[in-house]
Design a protein around this ligand. Structure first.
Ligand SMILES: *Cc1c(COP(=O)(O)O)cnc(C)c1O
Length: 355
């Protein structure tokens, strides 16, 4: 008997390739934008015997307590919130809701590569609009015209892997003129100067997604959420997995969400480290895209991104390299502890003098 065939699109696609999680011993891991600080210490206090005993039961399918507190924080109603198994789950849900053969996805490029993978799964066409590489990866002025006809546009703001945040005025113009849904993926919003949340008030086509993986140091528990018009949330609820957020994640996410002080403190430390490290890298000739995230997109003076990536690997420093014409000059460096960044700087100086 033969191994049965899957759908042709699946057989032909590569699938999303996550950043490496190597098992090396002495490694400085700056490749997947995880947070170097531990999550709030309050998590340990809530893991009681009673909680463990209640794991017998199915979790709340919609994570209502979280929805209510998240809604209150953002000044929306609970029926404008959906809880998810990481923000990747939000993206999967949106792809199922909005994309098929005759309902295209629009994206700027380069951006988070999962968007395109999800469109492929849905057999949906992709309208890919190049960012302006020599203009710090700005969005072209005619972006809104170029994406006309798409069912949804997915905009990471701030963008990954480039780190920049497009101007709010440009974002509002897109919300005004675009006929489809507009997702603002705000995975890095806690490190940014502003966000698109206020657009929810008078734009029924806006969807915002957030994650606890980056600023809240909780990539391991998988929690994210989306905010949108109640009618969009209703549709999203229909297609999500029935128990998409497990009971432990609901409890830990809620505990983390309530500790706003800890979030503010660790985020501001990371921003301070980012700015200090940026200045020092620029001083030795690197080109850095202005970042509103917990990472820097940095090109060595001779644009030898790949060689720098490989050099760092020999020093057990892992960063992310994205080959290709748009991104190949650069490496993406997650902001770690100050001492990690000092070590990386030392490596960068060594790299430059070896060339
Ligand atoms: C990290 C990241 C995500 C994924 O977040 P999870 O909540 O861990 O799934 C989504 N979008 C962007 C742009 C990211 O960088």
């Amino acid at each position: 008997m033969n191994v049965p065939s899957v759908r042709p699109v699946i057989a032909e696609m590569t699938g999303y390739v996550p950043g490496e999680q190597p098992k090396w011993e002495r490694i400085i891991k700056l490749n997947t934008n995880e947070n170097p600080y531990p999550p709030t210490p309050r998590l340990k206090e809530v893991l009681t015997d009673d909680v463990l005993n209640r794991l017998r039961l199915y979790p709340d399918p919609v994570a209502q307590t979280l929805r209510e507190e998240i809604a209150a924080f953002h000044g929306v109603s609970p029926d404008q919130v959906i809880a998810a198994n990481g923000s990747d789950d939000v993206l999967t849900i949106l792809a199922r809701c909005f994309l098929d053969e005759t309902h295209p996805l629009a994206i700027p490029v380069p951006t988070y590569s999962l968007y395109k993978t999800l469109a492929e799964l849905q057999n949906a066409p992709v309208i890919a609009v190049p960012l302006e590489k020599e203009n710090d990866f700005a969005l072209p002025d005619d972006f809104a015209e170029k994406i006309r006809g798409a069912s949804i546009v997915m905009i990471a703001r701030p963008n990954a892997p480039t780190g920049n945040a497009y101007p709010l005025e440009a974002m509002e113009r897109i919300c005004d003129s675009f006929r489809g849904a507009v997702l603002f993926d705000e995975a890095y919003a806690d490190f940014a100067e502003n966000n698109c949340d206020s657009f929810l008030n008078d734009h029924p086509n806006v969807i915002i997604s957030r994650t606890f993986s980056k600023s809240r140091s909780l990539a391991g528990i998988r929690f994210g959420y989306a905010l949108a018009h109640p009618e969009i949330i209703t549709e999203m609820m229909k297609v999500k997995d029935s128990y998409n957020v497990n009971a432990l994640t609901q409890l830990l996410a809620l505990t983390s969400f309530r500790d706003r002080e800890y979030l503010a403190e660790t985020s501001s430390r990371i921003k301070a480290t980012r700015e200090e490290f940026r200045k020092k890298l620029e001083a030795i000739g690197f080109r850095i895209i202005p970042s509103q995230t917990n990472f820097l997109f940095a090109a060595p003076p001779d644009r030898s991104g790949k060689a720098f990536f490989e050099f760092l690997r020999t020093r057990q420093v892992l960063v992310r390299y994205f080959p290709g014409e748009m991104t190949g000059d650069f490496v993406r460096i997650t902001i770690g502890l100050p001492e990690d960044m000092e070590f990386l700087l030392q490596c960068a100086r060594e790299f430059l003098s070896s060339r």
